[in-house]
Unconditional design. Structure first.
Length: 117
C-alpha cells in the first residue's frame, strides 16, 4: 500500500505507519502540554508528565529510525525514551488520583454540611 503525495509515493508498510503514529503521539503530547500551560488548564506536575511522555515517545521513535544501526546507543536511547514515557504516565495517573481524592473530600464535606445544617 502506498500513500500518494504531490510529487511521488511513500510506501506504507507496518513499520512506517508505526513510526508515524509514535512520533505523532509524542508531538501531540508536547502540543497539549504547551496548550495546557498557555491556558492554565493543568498543574505543573501534569505538564511535566505530558512533556516527559511526549519526549519519551519522540526519543524512542528517533532511536528506532536513526539509531538502529548504532547497537547499544540505539538501545539505550530507546530505553531512556520508554522510561520517560512510563514516568510521565505515572505522574499523570498520580495527579489524577490526587484530584479525585480532593473531589471526594469536597463532596464529603458538602454532604456533611447539609446534614448538620
Amino acid at each position: 500500500m502506498d500513500l500518494l503525495l504531490t510529487g511521488g509515493r511513500i510506501p506504507l508498510d507496518r513499520e512506517v505507519v508505526l513510526h508515524w503514529l509514535v512520533g505523532s503521539g509524542g508531538a501531540l503530547l508536547l502540543a497539549y502540554a504547551a496548550w495546557a500551560h498557555a491556558s492554565a488548564r493543568a498543574t505543573v506536575a501534569q505538564r511535566r508528565g505530558l512533556v516527559a511522555a511526549g519526549v519519551g515517545f519522540l526519543l524512542s521513535n528517533h532511536a528506532s529510525l536513526a539509531l538502529r544501526d548504532r547497537g547499544a546507543v540505539g538501545i539505550a536511547v530507546s530505553l531512556l525514551g520508554s522510561a520517560l514515557v512510563f514516568w510521565g504516565a505515572m505522574t499523570l495517573v498520580r495527579e489524577r488520583q490526587q484530584e479525585r481524592q480532593h473531589e471526594r473530600a469536597r463532596e464529603a464535606g458538602r454532604h456533611g454540611e447539609r446534614r448538620d445544617g
